[in-house]
Design a protein around this ligand. Structure first.
Ligand code: SAM
Length: 361
């Protein structure tokens, strides 16, 4: 590389920029890299500058995105461009050329994004229409590959009509969906929109290509805080028989499947008589309470897999996640089996994060 690539652009849920920045600061430091960030409050993205230790491509090659919670996607920044009112394509070409980055021709494709919270329909339309002429021009200038690339993607975040950030999204270490935003369709049969959250959790948090191993084969499940039944419905869709624990009413059509037993009880206290494969929990309560309860289920070997939400407090949200993570780790440290915890703030999450805990032996 001729030019120093010391900047990353991070995508996160709008409003969680500081959490994403702090998380990456800590993760980079653990690998021997120092950096700082400029939080752009409520934008859903932020820039992170590496000041020492390693450059951005090196950091990305040692830090899997899947280990981060608040950073939903990222790219290595190649250039930041002030766009003129005319010949915006020319301005991008100049900037990419001036950046002198060897890796860009490894990209075969470009994506033009707008910020997640963008409400300007004209900007979105412009971004869509810009892809074809921009690709042609970059290819013509030898700045974009033509089929023989390595799968990396040239990404442009069109902040507004006068500013674009250009970066490389690495094929082996990026979100499954650009910006971590999945396009999932809610089935009409689903009893609630929450169903999308569990679907996204499985897609993001289960090892890729292993969904059938984890979910199929007629497994058993418990859904704590189940009503009206979006998550239970997802479990049933996988062929599971489910105990749904909630004092609230469950969806009639879901109950008519005969796959669900509804128990009106306190989800934090209720325990199954026999171990099940899956326990999921979508109760809105103190995150430490949920983390403790889930740890107890695993310590008592009552389930093998769990997806659960941690509803974060208004303040000290990053710290609260760290406390819950450590609490689970400490409580299961002495267990005669190994566990793996992954967590992510999903696109369908709001003030919460979603965790996946599994017994791995
Ligand atoms: N996952 C559900 C779905 O997909 O339809 C939505 C769950 S909703 C966010 C939270 C549920 O937790 C509510 O139905 C509420 O009655 C239930 N809840 C709250 N505290 C509970 C507790 N201690 N035990 C069991 N359920 C509880």
């Amino acid at each position: 590389m001729d030019s120093p690539l010391n900047q990353l652009l991070l995508y996160c849920r709008p409003g969680f920029e500081a959490e994403a920045g702090r998380e990456l600061t800590d993760a980079a430091a653990a690998l021997g890299a120092w950096g700082y960030f400029q939080p752009a409050d409520g934008m859903g993205w932020l820039q992170f500058t590496l000041a020492g230790g390693m450059d951005a491509p090196a950091l990305l090659s040692g830090l899997p995105l899947s280990t981060l919670v608040f950073v939903r996607d990222w790219m290595v920044v190649v250039a930041e461009v002030e766009l003129p009112a005319t010949d915006r394509v020319g301005a991008v070409l100049d900037a990419v050329r001036d950046a002198g980055v060897d890796a860009v021709p490894g990209c075969d494709r470009i994506e033009v994004r707008v910020p997640e919270n963008n409400s300007d329909a004209d900007l979105s339309r412009f971004a869509r229409k810009w892809v074809a002429p921009l690709s042609r021009a970059l290819r013509g200038a030898g700045l974009l590959g033509d089929g023989g690339g390595n799968g990396d993607r040239l990404e442009l975040l069109l902040v507004d009509f006068s500013r674009v950030v250009i970066g490389i999204s690495p094929v082996n270490n990026r979100a499954r969906w650009p910006m971590g935003i999945p396009r999932l369709k809610l089935s009409e049969a689903a009893p609630s929109r929450s169903a999308l959250k569990l679907e996204e959790a499985w897609k993001v948090l289960l090892p890729e290509g292993r969904a059938l191993d984890y979910l199929g084969g007629g497994k058993t499940g418990v859904d704590l805080g189940a009503a009206p039944g979006g998550w239970t419905w997802q479990l049933v869709q996988q062929g599971m028989t489910v105990t749904a624990v909630d004092n609230g009413p469950m969806d009639d059509a879901l109950m008519a499947t005969g796959m669900v037993t509804h128990v009106q009880s306190d989800g934090y206290l209720w325990r199954p008589k026999r171990a099940v494969d899956w326990m999921v929990c979508d109760i809105v309560d103190k995150p430490r309470r949920t983390a403790t309860m889930v740890s107890d289920w695993f310590a008592d070997q009552l389930c093998r897999y769990s997806v659960f939400n941690l509803k974060l407090p208004m303040k000290r949200r990053y710290e609260e996640w760290l406390v819950c993570r450590d609490l689970i780790g400490e409580r299961l440290a002495e267990a005669p089996f190994a566990v793996r915890l992954r967590a992510r703030q999903l696109y369908h999450d709001r003030e919460e994060i979603t965790c996946f805990l599994e017994r791995t032996d």
